[in-house]
Design a protein around this ligand. Sequence first.
Ligand code: WT7
Length: 624
Amino acid sequence: MQDYKNTYEESLSNNDAFWLEKAQQRLTWMRPPSVALQGGFKDLDFTWFADGQLNASVQCLDRHLAAQGEKTAIIWAKDEPGEYEHISYNDLHARVCRMANLLQSQGVERGDRVCLYLPMVPELAVAMLACARIGAIHSIVFAGFSAAALRDRIVDAQCALVITADEGLRGGKRVPLKEITDAAVEQCPCVETVLVVKRSGAKVAMKPGRDRWIAPLLSAAPARFEPVCMNAEDPLFILYTSGSTGQPKGVQHSTAGYMLYAGFTHEMVFDLRPDDVYFCAADIGWVTGHTYIIYGPLANGATTVMFESTPLYPNASRYWQVVEDLKVSSFYTAPTAIRAIACEGDAPVLAHDRSSLRVLGTVGEPISPEVWQWYHDCVGEGRCSVVDTWWQTETGGILISPLPGVTPTKAGSATLPLFGIEPLLVDDEGMELPGEASGNLCLARSWPGQARTIYGDHERFAKTYFGRFPGRYFTGDGCRRDADGYYWITGRVDDVINVSGHRLGTAEVEAILIAHPGVAEAAVVGCPHAIKGTGIYVYIQCADGFGDELEKALCACVRKAIGGIAVPDTIQRVPGLPKTRSGKIMRRILRQVAQGNYTDLGDVSTLADPSVVSAIIAGHAGQK
Ligand code: WT7
């Protein structure tokens, strides 16, 4: 622990030297950098290692081939239990080169955006790395998003090429990805080509001149492709995420800084050892999958598992079955999945041999001390390290987390910052809160993995993250620091909710509801939910003449506009929303009532019509 403290102090006081040394040691450069951080939070022009040149796919592939080309890079755990496919570094390298040649032959060039709308199949990893090899920017859209959501993301990034599959297979169910892609691309004039991976073998429509099956093209493509020499700051990918206002934003990450941070944190937080089998159960459609299924583990030459299924298919033993089958050493998932499994008791866990496990990670939302303890005691047999890792799409990698065997843990706390990371708590006026305190979680300085901008909208980047507390990066999270300096993330303090570890803007859902003719007004807040962590609670003021079918219709609208993850858990009709005299909805009151808290509503004297509050409370109480 003293070592951690010393290195931490050193990483802050000698920040440039610390990161420059890491960058020189850990990355394979075509031209090594001579500088670390330039610019900063004042002008929002920060760059890392800006004069260096490299290629991200070389970090993940080429440099491992000589010493461990036959080592397994990816184990694909297919949807059906017991079905695995091992892909060596040599194989992966060849497949990526073929894909890079194919993309190039389809006109993809350096700097172009490529949309990947794929299930958890090896082609997704291959396509990511092929984009990186060419210098194209991938934009992965989670395969649970709807056609409308996919369309918006394709149009925003102006992608000319989309890769999808005939169908996704997940938990024994089929997801009609090609059909969804067709509906989306119909409205995307920018798309010229759709490449289709055959997964289920379902019969799908192929539009001549636009759609092509990918397999024959790949086998015809050469298995060598010279990696393009990229600048350190060239974008590697964009990934859309929700905020408190407007449409999802394309968070843009750099090549060198991101790659360094992904590899460095993956090795440190999971205490990576040469023969480890590392299993992150996230989907690559989210940032956890980008950083901790693909880029981090492959940069480290590790063996990483790609899991196509769900935690409950065919039963609650599934994860532990994979752990036993593959002798997994590190396992990483979200609290929502742990809660869903814990619900079924200890037996499904105990049914499988977990003696290979050493580190258990959690990410995505606060984990309660009870669930943390169950993860530690039952899953980890009380002998594994539990790492509660706090980070965000925008941070590129983990910022606050224990280090296995180093940091003494406390159930429910993400504990302490990693090297080079300087968290800061501020009150609502931006005053720094030292010592033991609760406040808004900010970062005082940049780190290499930090997002550089929002694609196409640097002003929005500035406003979203640096507008409220100038000179600091504001995370949107509330946080408590205890007397030992440990951080306890309490959840979002903005209008973002975290549903099953997925980030949703309440404004996004409201916009869809209000568009329905049956809805006069709508407000969306989070409410406690046993499995999801946060559920989606909707208040609507109904237009006249809409009957019982309205709620169902609204759920269908949300599913269509965003996807299943955004469908409301509860819709309550109210005679009016609590608004101030200036017309602002008092969400605080709606949040409290949705939690079943009727007494502690704070000051309601500024409401235009205080009587709506009692009606809302009566309506909420009546639902139970
Ligand atoms: C938000 C970021 C980072 C990968 C997955 C989510 C919440 C994340 C934790 C944690 C408490 C957490 C925060 C954060 N969050 N990790 N260990 N403890 N809360 O990425 O979709 O960008 O969401 O997830 O609220 O702001 P994301």
